[in-house]
Every structure is written in structure tokens, then in C-alpha cells.
Design a protein around this ligand. Structure first.
Ligand code: NAD
Length: 409
């Protein structure tokens, strides 16, 4: 199922719950602006390569648009559109004063040297600099990009507009990044899980976990759930997967992955096929890699009783129906992985004020946001007698709709 179709089906379900008219529905599903640019890169060997870059700005009713920039071979307009709209709903679920956007370059960063990545990033920034900005649209890292990518964007953007650390978030701390941002999405997942489990009378240490993806989100989730007493029994990345029913030694696995750039070959567990991760025997499944992995084909294989969506749109609506029938609880992406954008918001606030917080304050404020959002989400689910995904969309939709109406036509 196409990412936009999946997102629009979730939106339509919530629209019926909230009761919005067709004109408002069309307004809220149509992107504010779609940008597509050609990027020509001189490779290190002197040859020329051409790439396409995208930025979709979905909605700005509640504030500047906000969302990641992804470097991945599968970046394409449909998915960028869907991810941009998910950012509008995500920032609304956690009640940040932002709209949603998303962007990316269709490329394989692992095939590019650091110098090539820098040239490509600078060129992308040159081509979109007049459409982004601290009060307009604020990119952040996503798959295949990181704090270094954001540093290059700040530097290039600042050549046109003067020193502007607030143009992106997820920057290195030396350039105005926030303490705690690197861990924020994984930490937000932990706080979200604590809230949901507590309502079910359970805690993190009661469960076993399998994690798909061992990049920023997956590796931080692994480390933080492990520290909180959770037993991580399987982990995968694009190159390999490893399992240990007695629990993986996560600090050792992290050290291995830093040294070998993959979890493949880790001696503290047994190798398994990458595509077997979703069906691993565990209590809690954390998809933290690509979107669209939990489908009507893979949903019946899942053995977990909880799914915490670290990735964006890992499950499509057909899968949701199967998971609901099977009684599997899903903490939806637009709530569960909102820790990243929440600490990005804190970073932006610190950039504007030029007043920097210590990490304990960042983590405390993040916990407060995830707890307050959980209460609003759970109350919405009770009010509409619906699952958490429908409730998250309904909560977001009602907030965006009311801002849109207040601003007038
Ligand atoms: P990343 O590039 O740091 O890591 C991605 C990981 O997924 C890598 O370990 C990679 O090897 C793995 N992977 C890729 N294809 C795979 C496959 N087929 N099977 C198993 N593993 C595979 O990216 P990230 O920042 O950790 O983002 C992961 C997901 O979380 C994305 O969907 C992203 O949109 C979402 N997300 C990220 C943030 C953030 O703050 N970084 C915030 C919210 C949501």
C-alpha cells in the first residue's frame, strides 16, 4: 500500500470520528507546498552524478513546519508527502507549536564519501534555502542523515541569511544543538511505553523486546530499555540480525555495531535472517527502521502483544485491522516516536533564547510532554471508543482544524 494511501485512510477514519466537512478534509490533506530539485554532484573521482531532492511542506496552521531530511535510495514523492503530513499530526498530538514537513534526497549515503555528502547537502540547501527558515520550515535529521548533515545545512543557510542555528534541529551541541537530542526519540519511546504499560499494571522490566533497526532510534531504544530492566532478545539492521532468548548484552552489541557498522556477526547471540525479526518470539516489538514493514502479509507472523512504533508509518491500515483482531496493542508512531521532534522543539526554543538547558531539564520536560500527551490520547480513545491510532489522528485533527478555522480563510 502506498504511504499516502495509508496515511489518508487513517486520516479519513479520524475525520469521521471528529466529524469534519469534505472541504476542510480536502484542505487538511493537500500539502501547502511541494518542492523538487535537481542536484548535480561532482564525485570524488571527477565523474558527475545527478540526484533528486524533495521538500514537502504540509501544513503550517499551528506554526512553522517541522520534519526530517532523509537520505535513502527509496526516497520518493509519495512517501515524502505521507511523512510530511504525519509530521503535522505528530506535532499536534504532542501539542508543539509546529506544522509538518519532510524532505530527502534519493541517494544511498553509504555509497558517498563524507566530502560528497557535504557537497550534496550544501547544494540541496542552496536550492531550498529561500523556502526554509527558523520561522518557516525547520528540517532535522532522519534516516541516513545526522548532526553533521545539520551542521552543513546551518553553515550553508547562514551564508545567505546570517547566523541562523534555529534553521535546523538535531545539530551538534557545539553549534547550538540540545543536550539529549541524540537519544530523544528512543527516550520518548521509553517514556511512552512507561505510560501505556503503567495503565495496564505493567512495567518495562516485565517484558522481552525485539528491535528492527539499530540506527539512532533502534540503538537508543535498545540501550534505554535495557537500562530500565527490559530484556532485548533480538535486533536487526539492514545487513544482519542477531537473537539471544536469554537477553542480548546491549552495551557489548552497541560497541560491536560502532566498530563494525552492523550488528551482523555479533558473537553474543545467534545469527538470524533479517526478515525474521518481525516474527521473533517476544512481548514487545519495536520497528525502528523503514516504513511499510507491517502489512497484511507480515502482521499475522507477529508474536508480540505490544508494538511500539519507533519508525514512521511502519504499519499500514490493513495490518492494523489484523493486529486489532489479534488483540495486539499498538502505540502509534505519531505519539510513540514524538520524543525526537519534542526535543527538537526544545532545541529551537534554546536557539531563539540563546539560553541552554542541562540534560536533566531536557529529559524532565520530555517526560512531562509524553505523559501529558498520553493522558490526552487515552482520554480521546475512551471518548470515541477507538484504538490508539484512530485516537491520535482524531486528537491531532481536532487541534489542527481548530487552528485552521481560527486563522480564517
Ligand atoms: P538511521 O539511519 O539512524 O537507522 C536506520 C536503521 O535501520 C539502520 O540500523 C539500518 O541498517 C536499519 N535498516 C534499514 N533497512 C532495514 C531493513 N530492511 N531491515 C532491518 N533494518 C533496516 O535512522 P533513524 O534516525 O534511526 O530512523 C529510523 C526510523 O525512525 C525512520 O522510520 C525514521 O523516520 C524514524 N524516526 C526517526 C527519528 C529520529 O529522531 N532519528 C524520529 C522519529 C522517527
Amino acid at each position: 500500500m502506498k504511504a499516502t494511501e495509508a496515511t489518508n485512510r487513517n486520516f479519513a477514519r479520524a475525520a469521521r470520528l471528529v466529524g469534519i466537512d469534505a472541504a476542510t478534509e480536502r484542505q487538511l490533506t493537500t500539502p501547502f507546498r511541494e518542492i523538487k530539485v535537481e542536484l548535480t554532484l561532482v564525485r570524488d573521482d571527477g565523474s558527475i552524478a545527478t540526484f533528486t531532492g524533495f521538500r514537502v511542506q504540509h501544513d503550517n496552521a499551528r506554526g512553522p513546519m517541522k520534519g526530517g531530511i532523509r537520505y535513502h535510495p527509496e526516497v520518493e514523492p509519495d512517501e515524502v508527502n505521507a511523512l510530511a503530513s504525519l509530521m503535522t499530526w505528530k506535532t499536534a498530538v504532542v501539542n508543539l507549536p509546529y506544522g509538518g514537513g519532510k524532505g530527502g534526497i534519493s541517494c544511498d549515503p553509504r555509497q558517498l564519501s563524507a566530502a560528497e555528502q557535504q557537497r550534496l547537502t550544501r547544494q540541496f540547501t542552496q536550492k531550498i534555502h529561500d523556502c526554509i527558515g527558523p520561522q518557516v520550515d525547520i528540517p532535522a535529521p532522519d534516516m541516513g542523515t545526522n548532526a553533521q548533515t545539520m551542521a552543513w545545512i546551518v553553515d550553508e543557510y547562514s551564508k545567505f541569511h546570517g547566523w541562523s542555528p534555529g534553521v535546523v534541529t538535531g545539530k551538534p551541541v557545539e553549534l547550538g544543538g540540545s543536550l539529549g537530542r541524540d537519544a530523544a526519540t528512543g527516550r520518548g519511546l521509553l517514556y511512552a511505553a512507561e505510560c501505556a504499560f503503567a495503565d495496564a499494571g505493567r512495567k518495562i522490566s516485565d517484558f522481552t523486546y525485539a528491535i528492527q533497526g539499530f540506527g539512532n532510534v533502534g540503538s537508543w531504544a535498545a540501550r534505554l530499555f535495557h537500562e530500565a530492566g527490559g530484556k532485548i532478545v533480538a535486533v536487526s539492521d539492514v545487513d544482519g540480525a542477531v537473537r539471544n532468548p536469554d537477553g542480548l548484552d546491549i552495551p557489548a552489541l552497541y560497541a560491536w555495531s560502532q566498530q563494525h557498522r552492523t550488528v551482523k556477526g555479533f558473537p553474543g547471540g545467534e545469527a538470524m535472517p533479517v526478515d525474521a525479526l518481525l516474527g521473533t518470539r517476544c512481548d514487545v516489538l519495536i520497528p525502528a527502521a523503514l516504513g511499510g514493514v507491517i502489512t497484511k502479509t507480515t502482521a499475522p507472523e507477529i508474536q508480540a502483544s505490544w508494538i511500539l512504533e519507533g519508525a514512521n508509518h511502519p504499519s499500514d491500515p490493513d495490518a492494523d485491522e489484523i493486529l486489532a483482531r489479534r488483540g495486539i496493542h499498538v502505540l502509534p508512531d505519531i505519539y510513540a516516536n514524538a520524543g525526537g521532534v519534542t526535543v527538537s522543539y526544545f532545541e529551537w526554543v534554546q536557539n531563539i533564547q540563546q539560553f541552554y538547558w542541562d540534560e536533566a531539564r531536557v529529559n524532565d520536560e520530555l517526560r512531562r510532554v509524553m505523559q501529558q500527551s498520553w493522558t490526552a490520547l487515552r482520554d480521546t480513545a475512551r471518548k470515541h471508543a477507538c484504538d490508539l491510532r484512530a485516537a491520535a489522528f482524531a486528537l491531532a485533527l481536532s487541534r489542527v482544524m481548530s487552528a485552521t478555522r481560527l486563522r480564517g480563510v
